[in-house]
Design a protein. Structure first.
Length: 177
Protein backbone atom coordinates (compact mmCIF):
# COMPACT_ATOMS: atom_id res chain seq x y z
CA UNK A 1 0.00 0.00 0.00
CA UNK A 2 3.04 2.28 0.23
CA UNK A 3 3.47 4.93 -2.45
CA UNK A 4 7.16 4.15 -2.87
CA UNK A 5 9.34 1.05 -2.90
CA UNK A 6 13.02 1.18 -1.99
CA UNK A 7 15.27 -1.61 -3.18
CA UNK A 8 18.60 -2.01 -1.43
CA UNK A 9 20.97 -4.83 -2.21
CA UNK A 10 22.58 -6.56 0.76
CA UNK A 11 26.11 -6.29 -0.69
CA UNK A 12 26.60 -2.51 -0.43
CA UNK A 13 29.10 -1.82 2.36
CA UNK A 14 29.15 1.96 1.84
CA UNK A 15 25.41 2.53 1.55
CA UNK A 16 24.11 4.74 4.32
CA UNK A 17 21.00 6.45 5.55
CA UNK A 18 21.90 9.70 3.76
CA UNK A 19 21.85 7.97 0.38
CA UNK A 20 18.45 6.37 1.00
CA UNK A 21 17.02 9.68 2.23
CA UNK A 22 18.43 11.33 -0.91
CA UNK A 23 16.75 8.77 -3.16
CA UNK A 24 13.40 9.33 -1.51
CA UNK A 25 13.77 13.12 -1.50
CA UNK A 26 14.63 13.12 -5.20
CA UNK A 27 11.67 10.86 -5.98
CA UNK A 28 9.39 13.15 -3.99
CA UNK A 29 10.53 16.25 -5.89
CA UNK A 30 10.37 14.85 -9.41
CA UNK A 31 7.79 13.41 -11.73
CA UNK A 32 9.88 10.42 -12.81
CA UNK A 33 8.86 6.90 -11.87
CA UNK A 34 12.02 6.11 -9.98
CA UNK A 35 15.42 7.27 -8.82
CA UNK A 36 18.39 4.98 -9.30
CA UNK A 37 22.05 5.28 -8.35
CA UNK A 38 24.69 4.87 -11.02
CA UNK A 39 28.09 3.35 -10.35
CA UNK A 40 31.55 4.65 -11.21
CA UNK A 41 31.12 3.46 -14.82
CA UNK A 42 27.75 5.21 -15.20
CA UNK A 43 25.76 1.96 -15.12
CA UNK A 44 22.35 1.92 -13.44
CA UNK A 45 22.21 0.05 -10.16
CA UNK A 46 18.50 -0.92 -10.00
CA UNK A 47 18.96 -2.51 -6.57
CA UNK A 48 19.97 0.87 -5.12
CA UNK A 49 16.85 2.77 -6.02
CA UNK A 50 13.46 4.15 -5.03
CA UNK A 51 10.47 3.55 -7.29
CA UNK A 52 6.86 4.65 -7.40
CA UNK A 53 4.77 1.62 -6.47
CA UNK A 54 2.07 2.29 -9.09
CA UNK A 55 4.71 2.36 -11.84
CA UNK A 56 6.19 -0.95 -10.71
CA UNK A 57 2.74 -2.56 -10.58
CA UNK A 58 1.96 -1.32 -14.11
CA UNK A 59 5.21 -2.74 -15.49
CA UNK A 60 4.85 -6.03 -13.59
CA UNK A 61 1.41 -6.49 -15.13
CA UNK A 62 2.77 -5.72 -18.60
CA UNK A 63 5.70 -8.14 -18.19
CA UNK A 64 3.40 -10.89 -16.94
CA UNK A 65 1.15 -10.33 -19.95
CA UNK A 66 4.08 -10.60 -22.37
CA UNK A 67 5.94 -13.50 -20.72
CA UNK A 68 3.27 -15.34 -18.76
CA UNK A 69 5.44 -15.34 -15.61
CA UNK A 70 8.13 -13.25 -14.03
CA UNK A 71 10.37 -16.12 -12.95
CA UNK A 72 13.84 -15.85 -14.44
CA UNK A 73 13.38 -12.39 -15.92
CA UNK A 74 16.11 -9.86 -15.16
CA UNK A 75 15.18 -6.86 -13.04
CA UNK A 76 16.31 -4.60 -15.89
CA UNK A 77 13.29 -5.75 -17.91
CA UNK A 78 11.11 -4.22 -15.23
CA UNK A 79 13.07 -1.04 -14.64
CA UNK A 80 14.06 -0.49 -18.29
CA UNK A 81 10.62 0.82 -19.19
CA UNK A 82 10.49 3.33 -16.34
CA UNK A 83 11.34 7.04 -16.53
CA UNK A 84 14.22 7.25 -14.09
CA UNK A 85 16.24 9.98 -12.48
CA UNK A 86 19.87 8.90 -12.24
CA UNK A 87 22.11 9.95 -9.38
CA UNK A 88 25.81 9.17 -9.66
CA UNK A 89 27.29 7.81 -6.45
CA UNK A 90 30.27 5.54 -7.03
CA UNK A 91 30.81 5.05 -3.29
CA UNK A 92 27.31 4.08 -2.15
CA UNK A 93 26.72 1.97 -5.28
CA UNK A 94 29.92 -0.05 -4.78
CA UNK A 95 28.74 -3.64 -4.43
CA UNK A 96 30.65 -6.71 -3.33
CA UNK A 97 30.02 -9.40 -5.92
CA UNK A 98 33.40 -11.15 -5.63
CA UNK A 99 36.02 -11.84 -2.99
CA UNK A 100 38.18 -9.21 -4.70
CA UNK A 101 35.39 -6.66 -4.19
CA UNK A 102 35.25 -7.54 -0.50
CA UNK A 103 39.02 -7.13 -0.23
CA UNK A 104 38.75 -3.72 -1.92
CA UNK A 105 35.94 -2.65 0.42
CA UNK A 106 37.86 -3.72 3.51
CA UNK A 107 40.94 -1.81 2.31
CA UNK A 108 38.84 1.33 1.75
CA UNK A 109 37.36 1.04 5.23
CA UNK A 110 40.79 0.58 6.83
CA UNK A 111 42.29 3.40 4.76
CA UNK A 112 39.48 5.78 5.77
CA UNK A 113 40.17 5.20 9.46
CA UNK A 114 43.95 5.34 8.96
CA UNK A 115 43.80 8.66 7.11
CA UNK A 116 41.65 10.21 9.84
CA UNK A 117 44.00 8.97 12.57
CA UNK A 118 47.02 10.42 10.77
CA UNK A 119 45.24 13.74 10.20
CA UNK A 120 44.16 14.04 13.83
CA UNK A 121 47.72 13.29 15.02
CA UNK A 122 49.16 15.90 12.66
CA UNK A 123 46.65 18.55 13.76
CA UNK A 124 47.25 17.82 17.45
CA UNK A 125 51.01 18.09 16.89
CA UNK A 126 50.62 21.37 14.99
CA UNK A 127 48.40 22.85 17.70
CA UNK A 128 50.54 21.50 20.53
CA UNK A 129 47.72 19.65 22.25
CA UNK A 130 47.74 16.21 23.80
CA UNK A 131 44.33 14.68 24.33
CA UNK A 132 42.31 11.66 23.35
CA UNK A 133 39.90 12.44 20.51
CA UNK A 134 36.66 10.46 20.41
CA UNK A 135 36.37 10.51 16.63
CA UNK A 136 33.07 8.61 16.54
CA UNK A 137 31.32 11.08 18.87
CA UNK A 138 32.58 14.09 16.90
CA UNK A 139 31.67 12.56 13.55
CA UNK A 140 28.19 11.71 14.85
CA UNK A 141 27.80 15.28 16.08
CA UNK A 142 28.92 16.71 12.74
CA UNK A 143 26.64 14.32 10.83
CA UNK A 144 23.62 15.21 12.95
CA UNK A 145 24.27 18.94 12.51
CA UNK A 146 24.87 18.62 8.76
CA UNK A 147 21.75 16.57 8.11
CA UNK A 148 19.51 18.05 10.77
CA UNK A 149 20.29 21.69 10.04
CA UNK A 150 22.54 22.31 7.04
CA UNK A 151 25.99 21.18 5.91
CA UNK A 152 27.75 24.33 7.15
CA UNK A 153 26.38 23.60 10.62
CA UNK A 154 28.74 20.60 10.98
CA UNK A 155 32.07 22.42 11.45
CA UNK A 156 30.44 25.29 13.33
CA UNK A 157 28.72 22.93 15.76
CA UNK A 158 31.85 20.88 16.40
CA UNK A 159 33.81 24.11 17.01
CA UNK A 160 31.23 25.39 19.50
CA UNK A 161 31.07 22.05 21.32
CA UNK A 162 34.87 22.00 21.47
CA UNK A 163 34.94 25.52 22.86
CA UNK A 164 32.30 24.70 25.47
CA UNK A 165 34.15 21.50 26.41
CA UNK A 166 37.41 23.43 26.80
CA UNK A 167 35.73 25.92 29.13
CA UNK A 168 34.33 22.99 31.15
CA UNK A 169 37.73 21.34 31.62
CA UNK A 170 38.35 19.78 28.22
CA UNK A 171 38.16 16.13 29.17
CA UNK A 172 36.12 13.39 27.47
CA UNK A 173 33.22 13.89 29.89
CA UNK A 174 33.10 17.60 29.08
CA UNK A 175 32.87 16.85 25.37
CA UNK A 176 30.09 14.33 25.98
CA UNK A 177 28.22 16.80 28.19
Amino acid sequence: TAGHVVLLSADLPFLGRRTVEGLLASLGRGSDEGVVLTDSDGRDQPLVAAYRTASLRRELTALTGRHGALTGLPLRRLTGALRLTRIPDPVASFDCDTWDDITTARARIREHGHVLDEWISAVKDELGIDLDVDTDVLLDLARDAAHGVARPAAPLTTFLVGYAAARAGGDREAVAE
